[in-house]
Every structure is written in C-alpha cells, then in structure tokens.
Ligand binder design. Structure first.
Ligand SMILES: NC(=O)c1ccc[n+]([C@@H]2O[C@H](COP(=O)([O-])OP(=O)(O)OC[C@H]3O[C@@H](n4cnc5c(N)ncnc54)[C@H](OP(=O)(O)O)[C@@H]3O)[C@@H](O)[C@H]2O)c1
Length: 251
C-alpha cells in the first residue's frame, strides 16, 4: 500500500469535485477529502446515494458539501457549461478534480462485444472526463495549486482477454492524463496524474469477480493515502505520473 501521513488540515479551504461520489472509492475519497478540510462537490448519477454521503459529511462536521446529480452517460456539453457556471458563481475557482466514476460494461471477447455497451462504457469512462476537464480547466487555472486525478486500472496498462471496452477506456484514460499533463507542464499550476486503485472491495469489483471473497481486497478507505497525497500541496511538483494506490511507494 502507498504510505503517506497527511496533516489534518491538508486540504483546508480547498474546493474539490469528486465524480461517482455516492459509492465505492468515490464515496471514500469524498469522506477523506472532507475530513482533511476540503469542501467537496459530490457528483454522481443516483441522487439518494449523494444525499446519504452529504448527510454523513455534515454529521462528521465537514465543510458544507454540494451535490451535483449528473448522468455521465447522457450528459452533453451544455451540462458541463452549466456545472462550470454554477461552480464559478458559488466558489469562483476549483482546486481539485477526481475523475473516479466508471462502469465495467461486460466481460466478453471483442468478437462478441455488444456495440451499445461499448458506447456506454466509452461515454462514462472517456468522453465524460474529457468534456468535464475541458470545461472546468479555466476554473482549475484560477487555483494557485490545482490537481486533476484520473482513475485507471491494471487493464489500462496491459490488455487482458475479455476486458473489452473497460480495458480500452482505461488505456485511453492513461493517454488523456499524459497528454494533458504534458500540455499543462510549466504553463499552469494545474498538475495531472493517474491512479490505479488496484483490486478494491466495491460493487464493481464484486460484479467483475463474483466468485471472489471480497474480504481478500482492501476497503476503499484503506487505499486513500495516495488519493490524499496527489490532491494535496505536497504533490505540487508531481505531474504526468501513473501511480498505484496499493503500490510500495511512499511520500
Ligand atoms: N474496485 C476496483 O477493484 C477497481 C480497480 C481498478 C479501477 N477501479 C476504478 O475505480 C473507479 C471507482 O470504482 P469503484 O470500484 O468504486 O466502482 P463502484 O463502486 O461501482 O462506483 C462507481 C461510481 O461511479 C458512478 N457512476 C457510474 N456510472 C455513472 C454515470 N453514468 N454517471 C455518473 N456516475 C456514474 C456510480 O454511481 P451509482 O452508484 O449511482 O451507480 C458510483 O458512484 C472506477 O473508475 C473504476 O474503473 C476500480
């Protein structure tokens, strides 16, 4: 596991948007960021889940969060422009963007892959992060020290049979992260990195590996050190990296 001891006020006064914040790793990240002082914008498709996280953060005494219900499969450019306008009016800038929402699609050979599901996976995992990043970049550039984190996977670095659109979408994610990091290097205070969470105890993992004992994998809460490190000021000079939340690294 990546090891890092963040100070309690690591993210004090920072405005951080987390996609897929209602469940799994995104929910844990929202909690971790809020617990370290951030105001978290909870974006996801299921309002009830977002409201539950909102209530949990309020009960924990965190800064008042915001909720953005948005289905990333159907969202269009105007939705992102509206989001950007709302964030601009409410906060004036953005310090962090965690692209975490994702869908698995089906596990089947490419030969049989349903093109409709292919399209759904690409929309949520690739097109949405592209459009959201493009639209929110001006707000991120207003921050003195902003961080964009993309979410990859082991199958985004080495293709594996039957992982289809999911694997291709994660290769695309690694590429998008590298391109953006290179484009922004030395030009702005925005850094861009990618996290491979590794096998983690969530609904997606259970769906992908129904026969596996979930207890063999760490919880989303356990993999948070890298998510905190890359979001906080101590990673200011880290750009264009793809890191493993369960790797041997430390900071
Ligand atoms: N868990 C692992 O072992 C593992 C390993 C490698 C990479 N990852 C990556 O880590 C990220 C988080 O995965 P997870 O395991 O936490 O999955 P999860 O428990 O299934 O959570 C996925 C989140 O994404 C949201 N989401 C899905 N489709 C959406 C859409 N159309 N619009 C808006 N939000 C949407 C979900 O919202 P709803 O709850 O409302 O559906 C949910 O909050 C993903 O990018 C995944 O590919 C996970």
């Amino acid at each position: 596991m990546f090891t890092y001891q963040p100070p309690a006020d690591l993210l004090k006064d920072r405005i951080i948007l987390v996609t897929g914040a209602g469940d799994g790793i995104g929910r844990a990240a929202a909690h971790a960021y809020a617990a370290h002082g951030a105001t978290v914008i909870l974006l996801g498709r299921t309002l009830e889940k977002l409201e539950k996280v909102y209530d949990e953060l309020e009960a924990a005494g965190a800064a008042q969060p915001a909720i953005v219900p948005l289905n990333l499969e159907t969202a269009a450019e105007h939705d992102y422009i509206e989001l950007s306008n709302q964030l601009h009016d409410t906060f004036g800038h953005l310090d962090g963007l965690l692209h975490n929402a994702g869908v698995l699609g089906v596990r089947t050979p490419l030969e049989n892959y349903d093109p409709v599901i292919w399209d759904q996976v690409m929309k949520v995992n690739v097109n949405a992060p592209f459009l959201m990043t493009q639209t929110l970049l001006p707000l991120l550039q207003k921050s003195e020290d902003a961080s964009i984190i993309f979410t990859s996977s082991g199958v985004g670095r080495k293709g594996r049979a039957h992982w289809g659109a999911y694997s291709v979408s994660k290769f695309a994610t690694e590429g998008m992260s590298q391109i953006l990091a290179d484009e922004l290097e030395n030009l702005t205070s925005v850094r861009v990195n990618c996290i491979n969470p590794g096998a983690t105890r969530t609904s997606m993992r259970a769906y992908a590996y129904p026969a596996e004992d979930p207890q063999t994998n760490p919880t989303p809460e356990e993999i948070m050190p890298l998510y905190l490190y890359l979001m906080g000021p101590q990673s200011k000079d880290v750009n264009g990296q793809s890191m493993d939340a369960q790797g041997n690294g430390s900071a």
